[in-house]
Design a protein around this ligand. Structure first.
Ligand code: 3PY
Ligand code: MG
Length: 256
């Protein structure tokens, strides 16, 4: 039985999944956070300092905690998406998908033929899933989730076209970049009323397409609001922000 065969199904199951968000360079951070009550762990190789080798080490640590690992790739680095899936990632988040061509390239690198053009070599994934090569080839396109990030005005304007690309399983909203774009590049406020309005629109379009809606939340409280709106997956904060918040709380208590 594939380790995380239930992940794409659980995403659509009605209960929002909450993920950790890791960018610190040591894979043990992701492995440790996977032991908390998160449903999955995201490795952020776009803005985090975690690199390819550390991410590939983190994936089995996350799997050992019984959780799916999802990797955010750097902008346009679609070739690494295939490599993370080969290593056993259960999902890919691709930032700045602003054209239908971007979405097609993401699908090409994350899905096997006939949907895409992913090349064979999923050795880590075979070890983690326990599947025979033929069974993995047959099921892989449905085992891992490909998220196109919508975080610009351009992407919002063509969200239906992005969602219509075969192999794109869902949309992941980047509310910070979106807030910069919607403010006319004047500021960053991922919880602004303008962003909320855009989120409601994007969420409705994703649901109409029958696909998965995911988003980044700057805090646990914001994650609760976004879950209540109906997002299927909400990523909370980051390892650095949690470390800082923990340090702040401990020092405030100690100096009280
Ligand atoms: C954004 O909010 O722009 C993101 O990419 C989430 O980290
Ligand atoms: Mg962003």
């Amino acid at each position: 039985m594939p380790l995380h065969s239930s992940f794409p199904e659980r995403l659509k199951g009605g209960t929002p999944l909450l993920t950790a968000w890791c960018g610190l360079p040591d894979p043990s951070v992701a492995g440790i956070l996977a032991r908390e009550d998160f449903d999955a762990v995201v490795l952020d190789t776009q803005h985090g300092s975690i690199d390819f080798a550390a991410s590939v080490q983190a994936i089995p640590l996350i799997a050992a905690a019984g959780k799916p690992a999802i990797v955010r790739i750097p902008v346009g680095d679609f070739a690494s998406a295939s490599r993370y899936l080969d290593a056993g990632a259960s999902g890919i988040i691709a930032p700045m998908i602003n054209t239908v061509e971007d979405a097609r390239r993401l699908a090409a690198f994350t899905k096997f033929p006939p949907v895409g053009e992913r090349s064979w070599g999923a050795y880590g994934a075979l070890a983690l899933t326990g599947l025979e090569p033929g069974d993995y080839l047959r099921t892989a396109n449905d085992l891992a989730v490909s998220f196109a990030m919508v975080e610009t005005r351009e992407a919002l304007a063509i969200i239906d076209d992005i969602l219509a690309v075969p192999g794109i399983d869902g949309v992941f909203i980047g509310p910070s970049d979106l807030s910069i774009a919607l403010s006319g590049d004047k500021g960053v406020d991922p919880t602004s009323a303008e962003v909320d309005k855009a989120l409601d629109h994007a969420l409705a379009r994703v649901k109409a397409a029958g696909k998965i809606a995911a988003i980044y939340a700057v805090s646990g409280a914001r994650a609760a609001e976004l879950s209540a709106k109906g997002f299927h997956m909400v990523s909370i904060g980051s390892d650095i922000s949690m470390l800082r918040a923990g340090a702040h709380a401990a020092l405030t208590a100690a100096r009280a």
